[in-house]
Every structure is written in C-alpha cells, then in structure tokens.
Design a protein around this ligand. Structure first.
Ligand code: ADP
Ligand code: MG
Length: 257
C-alpha cells in the first residue's frame, strides 16, 4: 500500500516542486514505485517531469470532479521513472467548482485509494496556499514534507502551517502528521542559514531531516530540460543530496509502517 505525502509550504518559491520531482526521481532510482500528483495549476511538477501540460486531455482536475479515474488520467514519465497525474491552468477553476460539491475535500483521497496498491509512494505537489486544492492533498496524506529555506522569516511561516496541519489532523484526517522538515537551497557559508538551521533542530528535533539539500545550479537548470535534477545530472551535489533524501524517506517510512 502506498504511503502518501504532501510536499507543502504556503510560501511560494521555497522549493516544493523541486523537492517533489527530485524526491520522486530519487525514490524511483532506489527501486520504489512512485506517483506524483501535481496539485498546482501552474503545472510545474508536470513540466518538470517531462510531461507537456498543454497537451494533456485529462488531468487531476478531471479526477477531482470525478469525470475521470487516475488510471485514465495519469501519464508515465519514462525518463523520470515515475507516473504523473498532471495539472494545468484548468485546475484553477476547480477551486470554485469544488465548493458546490459534497465531500469536496475528500475527492483526491477517494481517487487515490483505487491505485494505492500500485505504488510505494505518492507525492503530492501542493500550491502555495491553504486552498481547497491543498486541503484535498492534506486530507489524502499520511504525512507532510515541509521544504524550507533557512531564512529569518522561515520559522514564522511555519507556525501557520503547523497550526493548519493540527486542525486537519483533529477534524478531517487523523492520519496526518508532519513527517519532516527539509532544509533546502542551503548555503553553509551564510552564517544566518546556519543559525536558523540550529534553531530548527533545537525546536523541532527529530522532525528535521538529516539530509540537507544544497543550493545547486543544476537543480535549477533541470526543469527547462523537462527532467528532475536527479536525472538531468546525477553526479551533481544537488542530485546526490536528493538520492540521499530518498533513502532517508524510505527509512523513515519503514519506521512508520
Ligand atoms: P515552489 O514549488 O515552492 O514554488 P520551486 O521548487 O519551484 O518552489 O523552486 C523555486 C525556484 O528555486 C526555482 O527556480 C527552482 O529551480 C529553484 N530551486 C529550488 N531548489 C533549488 C536548489 N536546491 N538549488 C538551486 N535552485 C533551487
Ligand atoms: Mg511549485
């Protein structure tokens, strides 16, 4: 049975999509069966996995509206080594359309249950908001992976996310927990980043993943080639860190099962 994780942080540009596609590729590399669900209307995880979002006839939008099943709507990314339930701009409309519907926050959970046997991991790339889309992600998941940059305001934003997760845990999804905080775009030469990193560990302890993702230009270049950095340049420092992170996730999840 798949373990399902949201990659979430309500801030934009913090590395959610980079984490989703590279963790997925890293997990595939170590032999895991992976589905990536793109819940962001920007479709960056879709494009970054080598799937052209403009060419899709069925996406996660159709799945949320129960007009298609996941087996009908998913795509295989041969190069990346995992499956993708893609998204494009159409998904922005789901926000409004779902409000009218029953079980509106449970749509993705129901759809994923039908394919849970086919995967070891499902990774959901969330948009930068606590919207109905993110709510669908959080209601489906066993855990949340929170990528964060070690900057001054990072801890402040985290409080809101932690409170939201607590509320969803209490009211909608008793399985939900923060599986871990991932330090991304890390530059050890910057003293402030080291300080925030230490504060994070002091405050969140074991919830902070051991693996640290460095700032690495190859990770930033990879999406323009339609590839996760792990596949684009496997020898880069960023790619190696994500493969290490995939191994750490497998271990952490093993301890959860
Ligand atoms: P989000 O999905 O949270 O909006 P992205 O994953 O799209 O964030 O990352 C924002 C930007 O930062 C992108 O241009 C991405 O290529 C770049 N980026 C993310 N992680 C790294 C990293 N470890 N090193 C260098 N650039 C990165
Ligand atoms: Mg993104």
């Amino acid at each position: 049975m798949a373990k399902i994780f949201c990659v979430a942080n309500q801030k934009g540009g913090v590395g959610k999509t980079t984490t989703t596609v590279n963790l997925a590729a890293g997990l595939a590399k170590v032999g895991q069966r992976v589905l990536v669900v793109d819940l962001d209307p920007q479709g960056n995880a879709t494009m970054g996995s080598g799937i052209d979002k403009r060419a899709l006839t069925l996406t996660v939008y159709d799945v949320l509206l129960e007009a298609a099943s996941i087996p009908e709507a998913r795509q295989r990314s041969e190069k990346a080594g995992y499956d993708v339930l893609g998204a494009n701009r159409e998904l922005a409309g789901a926000e409004v359309e779902l409000v009218e519907l029953e079980r509106r926050e449970q749509r993705l959970k129901t759809a994923l249950a039908a394919v849970a046997q086919e995967y070891d991991f499902v990774l959901i790339d969330c948009p930068p908001s606590l919207s109905m889309l993110t709510l669908n992600g959080l209601c489906s998941a066993h855990g949340v992976v929170v990528p964060m940059q070690c900057e001054y305001f990072a801890l402040e934003g985290l409080t809101d996310l932690v409170n939201t997760i607590k509320q969803i845990h209490a009211n909608l999804n008793p399985d939900l927990q923060i599986i871990g905080l991932l330090r991304v775009m890390f530059d050890p030469r910057i003293t402030l980043q080291q300080q925030v990193s230490e504060q994070l560990k002091a405050h969140f302890g074991d919830k902070v993943f051991d693996t640290v993702i460095p700032r690495n230009v190859r990770l930033a270049e990879a999406p323009s080639y339609g590839l996760p950095g792990v596949v684009f340049d496997g020898s880069s420092k960023g790619a190696q860190a994500f493969v290490d992170f995939a191994r750490e996730m497998v271990q952490r999840v093993g301890a959860m099962r």
